[in-house]
Design a protein around this ligand. Structure first.
Ligand code: TYM
Length: 329
């Protein structure tokens, strides 16, 4: 069985973008692949975050993974910090990377271009830790939204470099992206990604938003003045984003939605999408509350950590030998 690995970092509250671009794919893939899904809590501190908030986000994220349909009987679910090999290989990968290639990472570039101050060294080198995350498990596929594609490509380069410098050690991974929904945009500025770091404004739907408030956000989403319902991301990005959300949450192809709305107005379409989002969040949150109350999270994480450590430790031992850290044979 081929291996798939992915993660979400608990920096903020999960958004509909995280669900559509990533978590939804995890659930779809778990029957066909051997899955490793973790909570990237080491990545979360690349941006300052209070311990209390990190703890809460972490618990929420695990419960949301499960509420979205991730099944611990099929997928190994674990906390990054429960597997020390991530940080260990992360350091080796940091030393395999060049400053220049990290400077070319668009996520980092966009942060520095915005003139943001207080950027940590961790934020700069986090793609090296992400490479370690993936390479430890010989993952062949990494389901992600488009913003993470470049980091998976860097991972391939680092794996190739290591294999070439030492000897064959790592599998070269490929990003896996959904055809529709690789990038969900802000409802208020459809040229920007819907992002958890934006805070819970009108542009972002959080998975734990009050469903009625989320419906309002859809109703007040920015569209355009053309008044024609068609899928044209370039000229009608707001509408295209709404159609994408509806299609991803219902599995109805975009063309079919567009056909149903010929001659109708945006208001009517928004009403349907608002209801879809309302129903989706209501169902997800009911399951989330049950999981939070059930006390099963600790056991799931303990089992996940055991499986993950077994595989990751084998790989790090190999790497330590090849690099020359281990002095006994
Ligand atoms: P993170 O936590 O920023 O995002 C988690 C996943 O959600 C996707 N995503 C989106 N997809 C579509 N539309 C959006 N608006 C949107 N916003 C976020 C992201 O592409 C991602 O797939 N570094 C990673 C976490 C990570 C990881 C890994 C991922 C750490 N180690 C190893 C894969 C493999 C991150 O910051 O994702």
């Amino acid at each position: 069985m081929k291996r798939v690995l992915s993660a979400v970092k608990p920096t903020g509250r999960m958004t509909l973008g995280n669900y559509i671009g990533a978590i939804r794919q995890f659930v779809q893939l778990q029957d066909e692949y051997e899955m490793f899904i973790f909570i990237a809590n080491e990545h979360a501190i690349t941006i300052p975050i209070e311990a209390k908030e990190l703890r809460q986000n972490t618990k929420d994220l695990i419960a949301l993974y499960l509420a979205a349909g991730l099944d611990p009987a099929k997928a190994t679910i674990f906390l990054q910090t429960d597997v020390p090999a991530h940080a260990q290989l992360g350091w080796v990968m940091t030393c395999m990377s060049y400053m220049g290639e990290l400077q070319r990472m668009t996520q980092y570039k966009s942060k520095t271009a915005n003139g943001e101050t207080g950027i940590t060294a961790g934020l700069f080198t986090y793609p090296c830790l992400m490479a370690a995350d993936i390479l430890l498990y010989d993952a062949e596929y990494v389901p992600v939204g488009i913003d993470q594609k470049q980091h998976v490509e860097l991972t391939r380069n680092l794996a190739e470099r290591f294999n070439h410098r030492y000897s064959d050690t790592f599998v070269l991974p490929e990003p896996l992206m959904t055809e529709v929904g690789q990038k969900i945009y802000s409802l208020q500025d459809p040229t920007k990604k819907m992002s958890k770091s934006e805070g819970n404004g009108k542009g972002t739907i959080e998975l734990l938003d009050d469903p009625a408030a989320a419906r309002k956000k859809i109703m007040s989403a920015v569209t355009d003045s053309l008044g024609i319902i068609q899928y044209d991301p370039e000229n009608q990005p707001g509408l295209a984003n709404l159609l994408t959300i509806q299609s991803c949450l219902t599995n109805e192809p975009i063309d079919s939605i567009v056909n149903r709305y010929q001659g109708k107005g945006y208001g009517e379409l928004k009403k349907e999408i608002g209801q879809t989002v309302y129903d989706f969040l209501t169902d997800l949150q009911t399951k989330y509350k049950e999981i939070m109350a059930s006390g099963q999270i600790d056991d799931i994480l303990a089992q996940g950590a055991e499986k993950a450590n077994y595989i990751a430790n084998k790989k790090i031992r190999k790497v330590y030998k090849k690099v020359g850290f281990t002095i006994s044979k």
